[in-house]
Ligand binder design. Structure first.
Ligand code: ARG
Length: 459
């Protein structure tokens, strides 16, 4: 039976049910809906709507339902109910009869769904925080285990300057740390209780909204009933955070796909996160990474979709807003899956140190060093840059590295060049010379690693 049948003479059409019913997807809010109902029964009992006995009957029946919901034992598939709110109420009425018909006093599905969704967001933020911490831990472990590996750093996907592999891994640590802090910021903003806002205008019953908020673990109440029932900023924020984090994962995936390619060969991915080809027996494809990259589409799409849905909606609740859920549920699920597989991928990485360093030595990644060396000999940087460019051109013509050119030959470009230039052009030397905070030298990278470990220990 629908919750609103009294005013209607004809039933809903089948197609109306198809477009309108949300139980097929909002059933995931069962735990939150029941939790909210328990708190609401306490609040209306305090307001004099229920006797102590009635409230206790409701609470114990709701607790039974809660256990079933947690165990996945609620039968949604054969239910005729429209949404999770009517499902829970119907189950309660079936169990308790008229007492259960009192539960919806002073409440609307509008403040109820707003509350359920905030509780759901809070629970999921906790799970995703843990997922992010797990990836951070894997990255820190990989950085720690490979502190001495130097590989090319790229700009424009051209070998630019050598960097430590650990520096690369710690760059993603910075990104995921920001994702983590965004989740914390968003939670502080959305962890407020809409309950007691009614359909849109508040309720006539003397509900202690602050106590109700505390009962549900909210830090405060929403202060305007119109806004409380029609605000979905938190859904948008979570979708933005998921999108940004997926973008980070996608860039990491892209880097690793390239590092794993036959052309680069810097890393090997584990068998457990790669797949073979049905035709080409030699293939080992980085599917997990490609899906981390590919799943960005649907997560970004959910953000864009809800922005468009919310745009121009008049206050207060409109059914359009029911469209907030499927995108959110799917995006959070995909983000969760991608964070979990990211851990497995990172843990499976085997570095080929020799290949990384060979590549770092090739491609004239030490050219900046020669220019800086000339600056040290009193040549203005712009001139030093030009001279070095000519040296690189000559080296390319001879298919040699800069350090493979003889001193006599180097001197033809600048008489200031001495024997000491060869030490400067050494890979470890030039990497560790980047001894500035945030740089790729061994000291700043070791500091960054220690800070990351401390940050994880402090969580
Ligand atoms: N299923 C609805 C949603 O998810 C619940 C709120 C319905 N409110 C209403 N007045 N029809 O948005």
């Amino acid at each position: 039976m629908s919750l609103w049948g009294g005013r209607f003479q004809a039933g809903s059409s089948a197609m109306f049910r198809t477009v309108n019913d949300s139980l097929p997807f909002d059933q995931v809010l069962a735990v939150q809906d029941i939790t909210g109902s328990i708190a609401w029964s306490r609040a209306i009992a305090k307001a004099g709507v229920l006797s102590t006995d009635e409230q206790q009957q409701l609470e114990s029946a709701l607790n039974e339902l809660l256990e079933k919901a947690k165990a996945g034992e609620l039968d949604f598939a054969s239910s005729p109910e429209e949404d999770i709110h009517s499902f829970v109420e119907a189950a309660l009425i079936e169990k308790l009869g008229d007492v259960a018909r009192k539960l919806h006093t002073g409440r609307s599905r509008n403040d109820q769904v707003a509350t359920d969704l905030r509780l759901w967001c809070r629970d999921h933020v906790e799970m995703l925080r843990q997922d992010l911490v797990a990836v951070l831990t894997s990255l820190v472990k990989a950085a720690d285990a490979n502190l001495d590996v130097i590989m090319p750093g790229y700009t424009h996907l051209q070998r630019a300057q050598p960097v430590r592999f650990a520096h690369w891994a710690l760059a993603y640590v910075e990104m995921l740390k920001r994702d983590l802090s965004r989740l914390d910021d968003a939670t502080a903003r959305f962890n407020k209780s809409p309950l007691g806002s009614g359909a849109l205008a508040g309720t006539t019953y003397p509900i202690d909204r602050a106590a109700l908020a505390t009962d549900l673990g909210f830090s405060d109440i929403c202060y305007n009933s119109l806004d409380a029932v029609s605000d979905r900023d938190h859904v948008l924020e979570l979708l933005f955070i998921a999108s940004t984090s997926m973008m980070h994962l996608s860039r990491m995936a892209e880097d690793l796909i390239f590092f794993n390619s036959g052309e680069a060969g810097f890393i090997q991915l584990g068998d457990q996160v790669t797949s073979g080809s049905s035709l080409m027996p030699q293939k080992k494809n980085p599917d997990a990474l490609e899906l981390m990259r590919g799943k960005c589409g649907r997560v970004f799409g959910a953000l864009q979709g809800l922005l468009v849905t919310m745009k121009g909606l008049p206050l207060a609740y409109n059914k359009d807003m029911q469209e907030d859920k499927e995108g959110l549920f799917d995006a959070m699920e995909q983000w969760h899956i991608c964070l979990c597989i990211a851990c497995e991928v990172i843990d499976s990485i085997q570095l080929d140190k020799a290949r990384c360093e060979k590549a770092a030595r090739e491609g004239y990644a030490n050219a900046t060093e020669l220019a800086d060396y000339l600056v040290g000999k009193g040549i203005p940087f712009r001139t030093a840059h030009d001279i070095t460019g000519q040296v690189v051109l000559a080296a390319i013509a001879q298919k040699k590295a800069i350090e493979e050119l003889s001193l006599v030959e180097l001197k033809t470009f600048a008489t200031e060049i001495e024997e000491d230039v060869y030490a400067v052009l050494q890979l470890e030397y030039l990497v560790d010379k980047r001894n500035i905070a945030g740089g790729t030298g061994i000291n700043p990278v070791s500091d960054a690693l220690a800070n990351a470990k401390q940050m994880l220990a402090d969580l």
